[in-house]
Design a protein around this ligand. Structure first.
Ligand code: PBG
Ligand code: ZN
Length: 330
């Protein structure tokens, strides 16, 4: 009776019943995995849509606070904050101005909402008139001069109330400089999430609209990593850990799943991945055209990043994903 093609191993046994499928699912996205990037601008009552990022806005401070309450209400535990200052200059001085846009925004959020983790992005490109991530000598971005300013920026954000800092500049030695500066001021309990393996990626295009940080000339290839390199990513991560990084990040996420996996396996550190603006906007655009089912592709992209080894994901989909989780799990 037994057909010679009888299948002893029937993987499908576990696929017929949705309850069984849930029982055997290996990777599950939760709200605690999500960090929501937000943009704050000067002014009153501003809620500017970012054209290349549907559903993402630049908020003035009071609107940002309101939005943060909504984000927290949805169960998203953390945000990463980007500031666009009133005045940009060569040194990016608003980044470390106690009355700067980020510092004011942090204080305003903390006054109203006490259980939302505030991470701040540490870089100068949103604050410099030339849009580069550091101070310039001619067209060169100076490393060591820049890291002292980044350390000042980190201290200033923490003094305003930031819970964690995330250097995204890719200068050498910045994690150590920031760690020392924070410890010197008594902030030894503030963790550093370093953008450890950050690639010179085409996927940051929409973000530069949102953060108004497109470089006036040239590009970021003198500090961000070459897209083909993975061994170098491991050296970058190793160095950041030695310098005191508490969480290491790979960025972008989707196109660099191999890097996430290798970093997680090699270092066994808390590992973050940034699903960047271009990854978000491509899914949005295809969804809006009905070329793909946006919700399914969103969850699939986030689950893939987690499956690759990320413990947490910075994503513009954080609110949507939290709503999806509410709708789909009881
Ligand atoms: C600042 C910074 C960038 C991003 C995060 N921090 C832009 C860049 O390096 O040009 C990109 C985030 C995104 O694309 O969503 N250095
Ligand atoms: Zn930068």
């Amino acid at each position: 009776m037994i057909n010679k093609n009888f299948a002893f191993k029937r993987f499908r046994r576990l696929r017929y019943n949705p309850i069984v499928r849930d029982l055997v699912r290996e990777t599950v996205l939760t709200k605690n995995d999500l960090i929501y990037p937000m943009f704050v601008v000067p002014g009153k009552n501003v809620k500017n849509p970012v054209k290349s990022m549907p559903g993402v806005f630049q908020f003035s401070i009071e609107n940002l606070v309101e939005e943060c309450a909504e984000v927290r209400g949805l169960g998203v535990p953390a945000i990463i904050l980007f500031g666009i200052p009133e005045q940009k200059d060569e040194q990016g001085s608003d980044a470390y101005n106690p009355e700067g846009i980020i510092q004011k925004a942090i204080r305003a959020i903390k006054k109203e909402i006490n259980d939302l983790l505030i991470i701040t992005d540490i870089c100068l490109c949103e604050y410099t008139s030339h849009g580069h991530c550091g101070v310039l000598a001619g067209e060169e971005i100076l490393n060591d001069e820049t890291i002292s300013l980044l350390a000042k920026e980190a201290v200033s954000h923490v003094e305003a109330g930031a819970d964690m800092v995330a250097p995204s500049d890719m200068m050498d030695g910045r994690v150590l400089a920031i760690r020392k500066a924070l410890d010197y001021k008594g902030y030894d309990k503030i963790p550093i999430m370093s953008y450890a393996a950050k690639y010179a990626s085409g996927y940051y295009g929409p973000f530069r609209d949102a953060a108004e940080s497109t470089p006036a000339f040239g590009d970021r290839r003198s500090h961000q990593m070459d897209i083909g390199n993975i061994n170098e990513a491991l050296r970058e991560v190793e160095t950041d850990i030695e310098e005191g990084a508490d969480i290491v990040m790979v960025k972008p996420a989707g196109p660099y799943l191999d890097v996430i996996r290798k970093v997680k396996e090699r270092f066994e550190m808390p590992t973050a991945a940034y699903q960047v603006s271009g990854e978000f906007s491509m899914i949005k655009a295809a969804g809006q055209n009905d070329w793909v089912d946006e919700e399914r592709v969103m969850i699939e992209s986030l689950t893939s990043i987690k499956r690759a080894g990320a413990d947490m994901i910075l994503t513009y989909f954080a609110k949507d994903a939290a709503m999806w989780i509410d709708k789909n799990r009881n």
